[in-house]
Design a protein around this ligand. Structure first.
Ligand SMILES: [Zn+2]
Ligand SMILES: [Zn+2]
Length: 257
């Protein structure tokens, strides 16, 4: 069981020792730390990245030193990865950073579109149905740009709008097809992500789920597995759930390295 997507205290996750111990207890044999990083040139995003602990471009070398020490003390295989906020227009900055940093592998995520956040959860409570629909359209177009950019090994939680209480249900077959077409022509693979597993108030337990998941299965697109654990206690339920889902759908998880 390889878990390619967890967070450490170099962004908004837990301590290495506690994360590794909990992962091992859940049956994980290899763990990839993929801390958040935002490289947007937009002044508003620049201000927000500190608030949301997305300044990993400034600290990744320190984490690399920490991981070297951590590897001496654990039986688990430990990967040095990153989860970058994808934003059209930031491609050059992202490419330069990734080429320079030399991670074991990279994840790209769409967490916001324009100045509206899907995650951390932006509010769409006052948005009309047409506005929500338009946002979800923009979201999937941005996911396709992420995949087409070829910047990343893994595209994280590609239908995260389905976890949003005000955006779920707007994913269409056309969206699912766009995403599947993009994966078919790209080196980037999607992940099966269990980041919302315990949240009973969230409409989706996994990403992708529903239409996008079915379309990708249909096309024979391969997946990596990621718990998206931020706290040690996240592993106990998410790891068996990921394993069970992979088995149920006959997925043979791929290695992004
Ligand atoms: Zn994410
Ligand atoms: Zn994450």
């Amino acid at each position: 069981m390889y878990d390619y997507h967890v967070h450490s205290l170099y962004s908004d996750g837990g301590r290495f020792g506690a994360m590794l111990e909990a992962a091992a207890d859940a049956g994980v044999s290899a763990l990839g730390f993929a801390d958040h990083c935002n490289l947007s040139p937009d002044p508003d995003r620049r201000r927000e990245r500190a608030r949301y602990a997305r300044t990993f471009d400034l600290t990744h070398e320190r984490r690399r030193e920490a991981l070297a020490a951590v590897r001496e003390e654990t039986e688990l295989t430990v990967f040095d990865a990153v989860e970058v906020d994808y934003e059209p227009g930031a491609e050059e900055a992202i490419a330069d950073f990734l080429a320079d940093a030399g991670f074991d592998y990279t994840l790209g995520s769409v967490h916001y579109v324009g100045d509206r956040y899907v995650f951390p959860w932006g509010s769409f409570a006052d948005a009309s149905e047409a506005e929500r629909r338009a946002f979800v359209d923009d979201y999937y177009e941005t996911v396709v740009s992420l995949i087409d950019s070829e910047l990343f090994d893994i595209a994280a939680h590609v239908d995260i709008v389905e976890s949003h209480p005000h955006l779920s249900g707007f994913t269409t077959c056309e969206h699912a097809e766009m995403v599947a077409d993009a994966f078919e022509r790209s080196r980037t693979v999607p992940e099966l992500n269990a980041g919302r597993f315990e949240d009973d108030d969230k409409p989706a337990s996994f990403h992708p789920e529903g239409r996008v998941f079915e379309m990708l299965l249909d096309r024979g697109v391969e997946f990596t597995l990621g718990s998206d654990a931020h706290r040690p206690e996240d592993f106990a339920e998410r790891i068996p759930a990921l394993r069970e889902r992979a088995e149920r759908y006959g997925l043979d998880p791929v290695c992004p390295l």
